[in-house]
Write a new protein. Structure first.
Length: 269
């Protein structure tokens, strides 16, 4: 009888010890599991935040500039007329213009007038689409000049007056006299990278025999009034670009529904 009682006590003692060990182990295991889960959750949150940060940084680096206005004039033609000539010629290796000198006027005055018209057209169709009374940083490109010449920046004032854009606030941002525009285009994109608020910008370029004649070295022979195929046809281009996100943030909140009326002193300067 005593032996049975001792065995029963022993069994319950063993069960109690095992239960205590099991409970202790279970608590330890549960604690480790919870801690591991918290660590994984924290790591996941950190990964998501890092991905979001990287995504936002990538979006800032890979923004696009939308074309708001384009103006182009070459020789006696402009805008869609030029494209029609290109389609009609249907060749990447032949000029859309005649190679016969008899097809061109001899008068230099006539060529200068044609150049001025191209300047007006280019600015009207590009800068004319900008927001009035709002500063517009402008980049200009022109052929190489002499030290005494004003340079490419002069085309900003010339174009503004020719296109009668009296309420367009052009700001000379950069200008270069060169035969390659790539550097200026890079400056345009860099400008938007360096400045987080400007919503729009304009880049213009001009070239041609008459333009280069005005920038030649003093005392050297200039253009003659003879019929000749232009070496470089007179051309003027304007490209207005913007960022929609900045337009929505910095311009659209201030837009009004008043019709344009330069006699109304309440809405126009």
């Amino acid at each position: 009888m005593e032996s049975r009682e001792i065995s029963s006590v022993t069994r319950w003692g063993i069960v109690g010890v095992l239960g205590t060990v099991l409970l202790t182990f279970s608590g330890h295991w549960w604690g480790k599991a919870v801690a591991h889960e918290k660590t994984e959750l924290a790591d996941y949150k950190n990964q998501v935040m890092a991905q979001n940060t990287e995504q936002q940084a990538t979006q800032k680096r890979t923004y696009s500039l939308e074309i708001r206005g384009v103006g182009i004039g070459i020789y006696h033609d402009h805008q869609s007329e030029i494209w029609e000539f290109i389609k009609k010629k249907n060749s990447n290796f032949v000029s859309i213009y005649s190679r016969d000198p008899k097809d061109y006027e001899a008068s230099i005055d006539s060529r200068e007038i044609s150049r001025d018209i191209k300047t007006r057209v280019a600015f009207q169709h590009s800068a004319g689409a900008s927001v009035a009374y709002w500063p517009i940083p402008t980049f200009a490109v022109a052929p190489p000049k002499q030290p005494s010449d004003t340079g490419a920046a002069d085309s900003i004032l010339t174009g503004r007056n020719a296109a009668t854009l009296g309420v367009t606030l052009f700001l000379w941002q950069d200008a270069d006299n060169t035969t390659h525009a790539q550097k200026m285009i890079e400056h345009l994109f860099q400008f938007f990278d360096d400045n987080p608020k400007p919503p729009q910008a304009l880049i213009v370029s001009e070239d041609g025999d008459v333009t280069r004649d005005g920038l030649r070295v003093a005392g050297t022979p200039g253009l003659q009034s003879v019929q000749v195929v232009p070496t470089i046809f007179e051309s003027m281009t304007g490209l207005l670009v913007s960022r929609s996100d900045r337009v929505d943030s910095y311009i659209r909140p201030y837009s009004i529904q008043e019709p344009e009326d330069n006699q109304n002193k309440n809405t126009d300067l």
